[in-house]
Every structure is written in structure tokens, then in C-alpha cells.
Design a protein around this ligand. Sequence first.
Ligand SMILES: Cc1cc2nc3c(=O)[nH]c(=O)nc-3n(C[C@H](O)[C@H](O)[C@H](O)COP(=O)(O)OP(=O)(O)OC[C@H]3O[C@@H](n4cnc5c(N)ncnc54)[C@H](O)[C@@H]3O)c2cc1C
Length: 310
Amino acid sequence: MYEAAIIGGGPAGLAATMYCVRKGMDVQLITATLGGKSTLGLTLPDMSEYHIIKAREQVRTFQGKIEYLPHTWRTGKVTGIAETEAGFTLSLSGHGQPSEVEAERIVIATGTTPSPLGVPGEADFFGQGLGSSAISYSHLLRNRAAVVIGDSDRAIEAAIECAEQCEEVSLVLEPHATYSHRHLEFAGARENVEIYNGYRAVRIEGDEFARRMIICRDDRSAGGCGPEKTLFGEAFFVERTPRPNSNLVAGLVERTPTGEIRINEKNETSHKRIFAAGDVTTVGIEQILVALGEGARAGLSAYRQHTMQV
Ligand SMILES: Cc1cc2nc3c(=O)[nH]c(=O)nc-3n(C[C@H](O)[C@H](O)[C@H](O)COP(=O)(O)OP(=O)(O)OC[C@H]3O[C@@H](n4cnc5c(N)ncnc54)[C@H](O)[C@@H]3O)c2cc1C
């Protein structure tokens, strides 16, 4: 039985694992992919590398150390967690072989699953002028034009953040969007924000980069789509609300109605032996450096629980 199992090998899980290793714990990281969403990026037309905070390099440092210690991790997907008297039994799938791992305590660092638009052009241009996480790139948008689309306050906040830098921002709120009217009024009061409420994306077009988003107003009488409109931009952000990957611990820990795992300032959950870190939690700041810090704290809290049995 391991002293700790870390589930998820993005920035949060990598940091948690390294801190447990450093403390001499017998630890096992189980992850579907190494690096998680930190491997995703966005290149904009005429973007200079100079402007970017290189958080990914920090992740690669942790990743390199984990790869150097092969006994501390394995690739696989955790499909179930059962509580036992001594801790937990984790069911795994991977390499075509189901297996199990037993651990006294666990750190959940499984991140979130994005919600794509599912329109033509989206997959082709993803990373090339089209991305998500506007907060990661807004500082690169000075005097540019950006298009933000989404289904909640998340999109409105992203548009407001882009408007701080951009010359103009088009905010597309999808027909099923739920949002605070105060947020929308706030965005509408910005001179450089144009709002398209009740529209949806039809396709994305461009050359090497995404350049145009074609939208239409949802109109059932016109067969689902009213006349099309073209929005031009140098950066396009899909800011739909992502789904936290927390179903594994449903019933074991407290979660919000939308699935984020509730944690305290020590990354402890409502279960004494379960810790959580990164985007899957209530922290609500989706940034690599934040996830690394949260992961380090979750690892140290797991160690404290191991030594103090608190
Ligand atoms: C397109 C895009 C661009 C971004 N750009 C930046 C940027 O430039 N700068 C920045 O600071 N932030 C950026 N972010 C945000 C940043 O990537 C995330 O905040 C960060 O990666 C979150 O780390 P995490 O460890 O919590 O989750 P993740 O990175 O999502 O990692 C979760 C890990 O858990 C694994 N996993 C999930 N479920 C299971 C399971 N059941 N069993 C085993 N493994 C599982 C996944 O495979 C993955 O490896 C970007 C995000 C996106 C989507």
C-alpha cells in the first residue's frame, strides 16, 4: 500500500508528487497524460515570445524529475475509488490492463474538461489564434481585436479583461447562456465591447491563424440559424464553462453544485485523507503557477497528515 496516491499529472499533480517524494513518502502518481493542460498554448499573429511568462518551463522541470524516477508514476486512468479501512483502492485502466492501486491517502489533481464549440475550423485553428484561457493571454492583446464566446459569466469576465488591452472586443453570448445581468451591464458600458447576445458560432475561418468567426442568431423559425454575421479578430477565445473532473470522489468529499471540490487554505477537503489541488478545486484561478503552488501545498498537507495522523 502506498502512503499517498496522486491522481492527475498536470502542474498540480506534478508538484504534489515532487513534494511527497522530497519528504521521502512512498508515493504513486497515476495520470492519463504528463503535463496536463500546460502542454496547450496559443500563438497569435506577430506575437513575440519575449512577452510570455514561461510558466511551462517550471512544469517541464517537475516533469523531467518525475520521468527520472520511473517508480514514482505510471500512466493510466483512474476509473473508480473505493474507501477501505486502511485507505483507498483505486481502479485503473491503461495499456489494456485493468489494475488496482492501494493508498492510505489521495491527492486529486484531475483538472477540468474543456467544453468545445464543436464547429468546423475549431480543431484546425486551436492554438493558432484560437484558444481558451483569455486571462493567460490578455496582456498580449494591446491594440488588437479579440472575439470571446461562451455561455456564462466566465465569458463576460474574459471579455472585460481583454477590453483592458484591446482596441475592440466582440463578446458572443450563446443562446443557452446563464449570466449575471450586472456583469453584462458592466461589459456593455465599455466603449470597446460589442455584445452579440443569443448568437452561436457557425464556423471559424482563417489562413495560418484563425481570422474570422461566423456567428448567427439562434432562430428556430429560420431552421435554427438566422442570417450570418462575420466577426474579425486577431485572437479568439472559447470561454465556455469547463467541467471539473471530480466525479471520482462524488460522495466522498464536498463539492459545489457545478462539481468543484471544496478545499480549505491547506488544500484539505471535507475528507481527512483526501486532498485536492488545481483547476478541479474551488480556487477558481486557472493558471499554471497557481496550480503548481496549490499542488505543492496539497502534497505537504498529505505529508503532514501522514506524520501527524491529524
Ligand atoms: C488552451 C489553454 C491554454 C492555457 N494557457 C495557459 C498559459 O499560457 N499560462 C497559464 O498559466 N495557464 C494556462 N492555461 C491554464 C492552465 O493550463 C491550467 O490552469 C493548469 O494546467 C491546471 O493544472 P491542473 O494540474 O489543475 O490540471 P490539468 O493541467 O488539467 O491536469 C490534469 C491532469 O489529470 C489527468 N487526469 C484527469 N482525470 C484523470 C483520471 N481519472 N485518471 C488519471 N489522470 C487523470 C489529465 O490527463 C491531466 O494530466 C491554459 C489552459 C488552456 C485550456
